[in-house]
Design a protein around this ligand. Structure first.
Ligand code: IPT
Length: 945
């Protein structure tokens, strides 16, 4: 059997060992290589004897499909090739890579290792004409001994990479299929008497405050930790000493050195102990609450080639959004990422490079997890994971892989891990019985399922008594996730429910001219469309509203209104609030009128204090006190002033304003009705002009451009399919009467879709007052209306010149009923263009909620203003909901000559039905008899609102 289809591990490499650097010479072989792509192994000429002068150039590391050779392809679960294990297609794109290199003059003779940090999916390697071996396990390192083959000048390194191999059956993660040498290539001199491998175990006893450090390595290695006064401590001997522990909140690392006469290795030591006690996962004696995300490695231009700068950008964004944990879904990341997790403080679930999901749709028949021919590959993969990352204090759980069902090979992996590293528990979600894992893990469980787990009603006693985590939840595809608050409440209520990891960190969109591409955009015959666009970050790492919401949900300091004033609760797992400064600002209808500093005693982890409000000056309008907790001084990951928590206390409600006297009557002219500042069409009764500005509508509207979650089924038919079947996107407006006698204009209509017996009786009652119009809308469902509506409100259009928005209400960002914790009440402004959230796959977005009033104006301040009774939601965009629904990429949305405005009394929630539970009952918009009122005023230029 060809090495490509051999289900076993690669061959020829040295045993796996820890990733580390030392003072021994090393040579990066990253750079410009020669490259030739052949359509198959059979068609690929000998790469060793080849003349590469006619080959293309290719950067290494890279993925060749992103450099004009072949094309990316995306599938989620399905293998893009016949499921015929361990065979792969004969048409197996084969990329030959060649590099000529010289050694630095100072390069020492003797042993040297050639290290590959990642080759996708299988590489065969030759140096100076001698074959070194074969790599498999795309996101795992391989090292080959090359000392005897090196020459001072003109070394020729040849790496033949196959897109498909038997290993591809174990690498069916939900991501792009991309191939190449995508992580670093390094030559490492290995001095004789040097440090081949080491395991630096640093435990912490929270009852004594003592750390214990012990180095497992070869003989004659000594440890120095200058800041702890440790000098020349021999490896193998435990050493106990008082230390500050490491945690994600206090990532205290001690710099040290391991040395022999021949080599020095810098080490960074974090003291911490992971335990499972009383059914809880603890570090240093404290229960953890994992406020985590699943992180794939992604860059919109280079794919899974992720630089240290990009990894750092991820870590900083996570820390600044209060995220404290990462699951490295679904493979070990570039080693630099874990070093950054150590340094900045993140709890890590380090996951092995393993997923066989494509067997799922086949009933798991012939699934590698239970076939003996794959056992060695499974063990090889977990061994390389654990050995590589064993020195990272941030790693607190080993995860065997993802979505590979269950089987002996997984149980064998767990057994190996437990034996090799008893200090870290084993995670794997697919062991539903929890027979070989230490943590009970689920994905996308509903809040009520989590509640049952919290109540420990499980009849499986072993599983019942384990700590519980959601390794995936809150699928962040498109607009969403909705419903995060309900999970937080459960994690805080049940000690065994220890949080989870949002799916997922970043959209995997690939940058192409004009937009980000997703599955199907490269002509793939089978693909899963935009299911790969499901992150909290847009592909370019701009935070999406979902991340802003998640950050608010998990903020470590919570500030809330209580009858006596306000409450400050510390939700850190370890630290008190002494590093924070509390400030307040009082806003009168969104304008700051007073501010100050709040004197807050240090609140311990898990504790809270109630405080009276500061003394405040009187205000005249609706006013809110906003209290903010921010960092007093700079940290490694944020500057001083970075906000870690905030809350609002209502101080005074808007004064009751008597309704202004009405100004009638309605006049009729030719084809028009005139009422106050408004002109109406005499036949349809719709407003055509307000204060001289042409307008269209407002008319009842219940449609929104469906979100990925609206289109998701959870299970059962999606909301979107029900709405579409009902025809909610094409309602017709039948005018029953237009009654224009006296001071009121009353328009009775029935709004209904074609082919359906149901409708919504909708009455519009217009009155005029000095300076504007008041509208009351009464909606009465008639007949068998659908179970839910996307939204309920009005749609209208105003001149495209009204491109500036200002409002008093929820902001600054978008919000929906089950995703609205991140907005505060204030006065905000934005361009209409700036109100849009550019979801990679266009869909409903940009809703502003709890709005008291909003104005849309031109650059001179001329426009219209809408006032709520008391509040409304709105969107304003330069295209219709129909255009938004039809668009498949952001650059298909074209601005027209109008601004389309929706003004709603209700929106349906978002939910996470794209993968997970749908909209919870309390956030569903169920049609019922509804009345609401709004006022419309023209605004004159230069006049303040
Ligand atoms: C789950 C996968 O583990 C994850 O990789 C991703 O595909 C996610 O779904 C959806 O985006 S598995 C699914 C069967 C719940």
């Amino acid at each position: 059997m060809s090495y490509v289809e051999d289900p076993g591990p690669g061959r020829g490499s040295v045993p796996p060992r820890a990733a580390f650097t030392s003072d021994a010479p090393s040579l990066s072989l990253n750079g410009t290589w020669r490259f030739r792509l052949s359509p198959s192994l059979a068609a690929a000429p000998d790469p060793v004897e080849a003349d590469d002068s006619t080959w293309d150039e290719l950067p290494v590391p890279s993925l060749w499909q992103l450099h004009g050779h072949g094309a990316p392809a995306y599938t989620n679960v399905h293998y893009p090739f016949p499921v015929d294990p361990p065979h792969v297609p004969s048409e197996n794109p084969t990329g030959d890579h060649r590099l000529r290199f010289d050694l630095p003059a100072s390069w020492p003779a003797g042993s040297a290792l050639l290290r590959f940090d990642g080759i996708d999916s299988c590489g065969r390697i030759w140096l100076n004409g001698t074959e070194l071996g074969v790599t498999k396990g795309s996101r795992l390192p391989s090292e080959f001994e090359v000392g005897a083959l090196l020459r001072p000048r003109d070394n020729v390194l040849v790496v033949r990479v196959h897109q498909w191999s038997a290993g591809s059956y174990l690498e069916d993660q939900d991501m792009w299929w991309l191939s190449g040498i995508f992580r670093a290539v390094t030559l490492l001199a290995r001095p004789s008497g040097g440090i081949g491998d080491y395991w630096l175990r640093a435990d912490y006893d929270h009852t004594t405050g003592l750390g214990t450090v012990r180095v497992e390595t070869g003989a004659d290695v000594v440890l120095d930790i200058p800041s702890l006064g440790v000098v020349g401590h021999p490896a193998g001997e435990p050493l106990e000493l008082p230390v500050e522990p490491w945690s994600a909140e206090t990532p205290r690392l001690y710099d040290g050195t391991l040395s022999t006469v021949a080599e020095r290795v810098p080490v960074r030591i974090g003291f911490r102990t992971v335990t499972i006690e009383d059914g809880q996962l603890k570090v240093n004696g404290r229960r953890l609450l994992l406020r985590g995300v699943n992180r794939h490695e992604h860059d919109p231009r280079t794919g899974r080639v992720v630089s240290r700068e990009t990894a750092l950008a991820d870590v900083l964004l996570m820390k600044r959004h209060h995220i404290n944990a990462v699951r490295t879904s679904h493979y070990p990341p570039d080693p630099a990422f874990l070093e950054l997790c150590d340094e900045y403080g993140l709890w890590v679930v380090d996951e092995c490079d393993l997923e066989t999901h494509g067997f799922g749709p086949l009933g798991w028949d012939r699934n590698p997890s239970s076939e003996p021919m794959w056992t060695d590959a499974y063990l090889d993969r977990v061994r390389r994971t654990v050995e590589r990352d064993k020195n990272r204090p941030s790693v607190i759980l080993w995860s065997l892989g993802n979505e590979s069902h269950t089987g002996d090979n997984l149980a064998r992996m767990a057994e190996w891990v437990r034996h090799r590293d008893p200090t870290r528990p084993v995670h794997y979600e697919g062991d539903h019985e929890c027979s070989y894992v230490d943590v009970h893990s689920r994905m996308y469980a509903t809040p009520s399922e989590v509640e049952r787990i919290g109540l420990r009603e499980d009849t499986n006693e072993r599983r019942r008594d384990l700590p519980f985590v959601l390794c995936e939840y809150a699928h962040a595809m498109g607009n969403g996730p909705g419903g995060l608050l309900e999970y937080r409440e459960l994690f805080e209520k049940y000690p065994n429910c220890q949080g989870g990891f949002v799916w997922e960190w970043i959209d995997h969109g690939l940058a192409v001219p004009g937009h980000f591409a997703y599955g199907g955009d490269f002509g793939e015959p089978i693909h899963d469309g935009n299911f790969v666009i499901d992150g909290l970050l847009f592909p370019d790492r701009t935070p999406s509203p979902g991340l802003t919401e998640f950050a608010k949900i998990i903020e470590p300091v919570r500030i809330s209104a209580v009858p006596a004033g306000l409450r400050i609760s510390n939700h850190y797992d370890f630290v008190d609030t002494a590093h924070l400064r509390f400030t307040w600002v009082l806003e009168d209808e969104g304008t700051a009128v007073a501010n100050g500093v709040l004197d807050v005693p240090a609140v311990h982890s898990g504790q809270s204090v109630a405080l009276p409000l500061p003394s405040l000056p009187p205000t005249s309008g609706e006013s809110w006190l906003t209290v903010t907790a921010s960092l007093t001084s700079e940290t490694a990951w944020a500057s001083a002033g970075h906000v870690v928590g905030w809350g609002q206390v209502p101080v005074s409600a808007a004064p009751a304003r008597p309704s202004p006297p009405t100004r009638g009557p309605v006049f009729r002219t030719s084809g028009q009705l005139l009422l106050g500042t408004g002109e109406f069409d005499a036949v349809t009764g719709t407003l055509t002009s307000l204060g001289g500005h042409p307008v269209i509508g407002p008319r009842l509207d219940v449609w929104r451009a469906t979100t990925d979650n609206d289109r998701g089924s959870s299970p059962g038919p999606s909301e979107a399919s029900q709405w579409l079947a009902a025809g909610l996107h094409r309602m017709q407006h039948r005018v029953i009467t237009v009654d224009a006698d006296g001071d009121e204009l009353v328009v009775r209509t029935r709004v209904a879709p074609p082919a359906q017996p149901f409708g919504l009786f909708t009455d519009y009652t217009w009155t005029a007052f000095d300076g504007g119009l008041r509208l009351r809308v009464d909606v009465t469902p008639d007949g068998p209306v659908p179970d839910t509506l996307p939204r309920l409100g009005l749609a209208m259009a105003v001149p495209g010149t009204f491109g500036s928005a200002e409002w008093f209400g929820g902001g600054p960002g978008e919000a929906y009923p089950d995703s609205r914790q991140a907005v505060r009440i204030g006065r905000f402004s934005s361009s209409v263009d700036g109100l849009q959230t550019p979801y990679v796959f266009p869909q409903e977005n940009g809703n502003r909620t709890a709005v008291r009033w909003a104005a849309l104006t031109d650059p001179d301040g001329t426009g219209i203003r809408v006032e709520g009774d008391p509040t409304f939601d709105f969107t304003a965009r330069r295209w219709t909901a129909a255009a938004l629904e039809a668009a498949r990429h952001t650059d298909e949305l074209e601005s027209g000559s109008l601004v389309h405005l929706t003004v709603d009394i209700a929106q349906h929630g978002l939910g996470t039905a794209a993968c997970g539970p749908g909209v919870l009952p309390r956030y569903r918009l169920v049609p019922q008899k509804t009345s609401f009122a709004l006022s419309f005023r023209p605004v004159a230029g230069g006049v303040a609102n």
